[in-house]
Design a binder for this molecule. Structure first.
Ligand code: SF4
Length: 327
């Protein structure tokens, strides 16, 4: 691991100013991903600016919306009574992520900023366009069992690794950002991006923009929700496929629905077409299966991950069935 300078800041303004003074500086909060990246030589910042003490840990309801500070810990959000009551889908997704020890360290903002776990990205001896643009994509014809089936490009087929973010895109969260040019509000579905020609960019933040927090608008999804994560072991493993499902039921009729998938694309993958199909239908397995087939339009496997083409629709159906059965 390289040597680096360390600076601790206590206000968002100081954090933004400190970063703008040094093009090789990097913010660090929980460090649960960045430290790994530094140990492996994937990232080598000369200065770490510690933002974990910024006063951005509050979780509250204001103006009918839930506000979560960017420095709130994943475990604190998952165990928060207000979030459990008002946004249970988010709690389920958070508890499916990483391990309890990691959730105790990881922040909400850091969770959103974590990098892909593509093994080529973490091995500096191998080609990877995300780590070193122009070097090629080792996964395209290599080990790609964990990789994308939607929205990939011939430059990168990596997937976004977060569970929390899958629930947040389904819940229409808004990312609150502060930067040298002032404040910005980014719809969660526009925060992460597809790889296209520039896979080195994971999201739509400009350098120097700091995530301040999240806003989640009120919604009716308090009971019939489920986060189903299919993975190689029951804890401390990334999703092969995950589904966040939320139903607003009147009797057996679907008033409204939210659906998103993880482990399948470079960004949290919202299933808008399937949602539109489900609205007004009765909650039943044949209907869920039809919606799942719609959701799979445009999916493409790359060899080792072809099994996801079958696993993904089955996971959608199971997530919807489990959400509908909650009473
Ligand atoms: Fe790199 Fe993306 Fe290819 Fe993985 S899939 S090797 S992260 S370019």
């Amino acid at each position: 691991m390289i040597n680096f300078d360390y600076l601790r800041v206590s206000t968002p303004k100081a954090a933004i100013e400190a970063l703008s003074r040094d093009s090789n500086a990097q913010w660090i909060a929980g460090g649960t991903n960045l430290i790994d990246l530094m140990k492996k030589g994937v990232m080598a910042p000369q200065k770490l600016i510690d933002i974990s003490n910024l006063p951005l840990k509050e979780i509250k309801k204001e103006g009918g919306k839930i506000h979560i500070g960017a420095m709130a810990l994943n475990s604190d959000v998952a165990e928060n009574e207000l979030i459990q009551k008002e946004q249970p889908l988010l709690c389920l997704a958070l508890k499916a992520g990483a391990s309890q020890q990691l959730r105790n360290m990881a922040t909400v903002g850091g969770n959103m900023m974590q990098r892909t776990r593509c093994p080529y990205f973490y091995n500096t001896d191998l080609p990877c366009n995300k780590r070193q643009p122009g070097s090629g994509c080792g996964a395209l014809k290599g080990f790609n069992r964990m990789h994308a089936i939607f929205g990939a490009s011939d430059k990168c087929i990596a997937v976004h690794p977060s569970d929390m973010c899958i629930a947040l895109v389904a819940l229409d969260a808004v990312v609150l950002v502060n930067g040298p040019k002032g404040d910005r509000r980014i719809p969660f579905s526009d925060f992460h991006r597809l790889p296209g020609e520039t896979p080195q960019k994971d999201n739509t933040l400009d350098r120097g923009e700091l995530i301040i927090g999240l806003e989640i608008p009120d919604n009716p999804y308090k009971k019939n929700v489920h986060y189903l994560k299919v993975r190689d072991r029951s804890s401390y493993a990334f999703a092969l496929v995950s589904v966040a499902a939320a139903l607003d039921l009147q009797g057996n009729s679907i008033n409204d629905v939210r659906l998103a998938m993880g482990g399948v694309a470079h960004k949290p993958w919202r299933l808008s077409e399937a949602e539109a199909f489900l609205k007004g239908k009765n909650a039943s397995e044949p209907v869920f299966r039809e919606a799942a087939q719609l959701a799979m339009r445009g999916a493409k496997g790359y060899g080792q991950n072809n099994f996801k083409l079958k696993l993904a629709p089955n996971t959608i159906v199971e997530a919807l069935k489990t959400a509908a059965a909650k009473s």
